[in-house]
Design a protein around this ligand. Structure first.
Ligand SMILES: [Zn+2]
Ligand SMILES: [Zn+2]
Length: 60
């Protein structure tokens, strides 16, 4: 369970955010957080999109 303080735009203040129940099967790996005060949700980066792959530097 991930719990952290983050800025909540809806509350206009720092609030505690916690992982809401995830319907997408991410389980503990879910990167959704929701404000415990107002329920406003933020997504930290759900999609595991291709990370930019730096071109390998080849030793000459
Ligand atoms: Zn999720
Ligand atoms: Zn809030």
């Amino acid at each position: 369970m991930q719990i952290e303080f983050r800025w909540c735009a809806a509350c206009a203040s720092e609030q505690l955010f916690e992982q809401p129940p995830c319907d997408d099967g991410h389980g503990e790996d879910c990167l959704d957080l929701s404000c415990v005060e107002c329920g406003s949700a933020v997504v930290l980066g759900h999609a595991q999109v291709d990370e930019p792959v730096l071109p390998a530097v080849r030793a000459a």
